[in-house]
Write a protein that binds this ligand. Structure first.
Ligand SMILES: Nc1nc2c(ncn2[C@@H]2O[C@H](COP(=O)(O)OP(=O)(O)O)[C@@H](O)[C@H]2O)c(=O)[nH]1
Ligand SMILES: [Mg+2]
Length: 283
């Protein structure tokens, strides 16, 4: 069996995410993250940094930072996630079937994943700089039963999707598959996987769906604040290996996020701005 851990590091490594929790509300903007000590700042913006330290040096890190913008790019991208003048960000409509989806031509990205994996929370965190925006986060699984559209000015649209798995709506297949297959302006699908438990059977159904339709998608590991780094790094490496060996259309870099303490949120905002053509030059 391959050893992924570097010797002696596990005991010495603390979990900066716990410490960052206290100030989470302050970290919604990159300007505030940049005021942190360099190490903490890196850990919030690039959560993989904390995991890399645990790995033995011979592990191939090529795909850990395939998307590796500089802070200026991240700050530039954040502008799209803040309302200003005519740049209005808001929930616009919900749809239960394709005929009800809004006729928008601007680039779109959507978020799919099991019920309770953190889709709505992630969208809420991405929009944390938008005063008054309402993104429903459920206490009970299976809350989002519609496709919810959030328009980010004329730049792009984010779509929160119904969850599959527990109490999924019966017409889920028709709704989600129909949308993913037919939506012409869909630029990227984000497939969310619970970072504290890794890939589940139901996630594989979503992977198969994305692979079958040949759409570009990326995996996002959610709730990374819930796991100790030693557990998280194992899940991360498993997902990394899975993407390399089992997928074709999946972006080789899994994104790590916590909607609770904003780890990875700024990087994901930057990636969304980039793939929707709103940040042409990523250094
Ligand atoms: N600790 C932690 N909890 C989270 C995170 N994201 C979501 N949750 C919780 O997980 C539950 C389901 O989240 P939700 O966004 O509604 O999931 P959805 O069904 O995929 O939209 C809620 O109780 C959230 O508060 C996270 O990053 N960290
Ligand atoms: Mg939801």
């Amino acid at each position: 069996m391959r050893t992924i851990f570097s010797t002696g590091r596990l005991l010495r490594t603390s979990f900066p995410v716990w410490r960052l929790r206290r100030n989470a509300a302050n970290l919604a903007s990159i300007q505030d993250v940049m005021k942190l000590q360099e190490k903490k700042c890196q850990s919030v913006v690039f959560p993989v940094t904390d995991l890399e330290k645990l790995l033995s040096p011979d592990i191939d890190r090529t795909n850990f930072r395939l998307f590796n913008p500089v802070m200026e790019d991240i700050a530039e991208a954040e502008k799209w996630f803040k309302p200003a003048g005519k740049h209005v960000i808001d929930y616009i409509t919900s749809a239960v079937r394709m005929e009800h989806t809004p006729d928008l031509r601007q680039p779109e990205v959507c978020f799919i994943g099991r019920s309770n994996v953190g889709k709505s929370s992630l969208i809420k965190a991405l929009f944390a700089l938008v005063p008054g925006i309402e993104v429903k986060v459920s206490k009970n699984p299976g809350h989002t039963k519609k496709l919810n559209f959030f328009k980010v000015g004329k730049a792009f649209t984010l779509v929160d999707m119904p969850g599959y798995g527990f109490r999924a709506p019966e017409d889920f297949v028709e709704m989600v598959e129909g949308y993913i297959q037919e939506r012409n302006n869909l630029k990227r699908t984000f497939l969310l996987v619970d970072g504290s438990i890794g890939i589940q059977k139901a996630d594989l159904i979503a992977v198969e769906m994305c692979e079958e339709f040949g759409i570009p998608y990326a995996m996002v590991m959610t709730k990374i604040d819930r796991s100790r780094s030693a557990v998280l790094v194992t899940q991360f490496m498993q997902i990394q290996d899975f993407i390399t060996s089992q997928t074709h259309g999946c972006f080789p870099q899994p994104f790590l996020v916590s909607s609770l303490n904003f780890s990875g949120i700024h990087l994901l905002r930057c990636f969304i701005a980039h793939i929707t053509g709103n940040l042409q030059k990523v250094s």
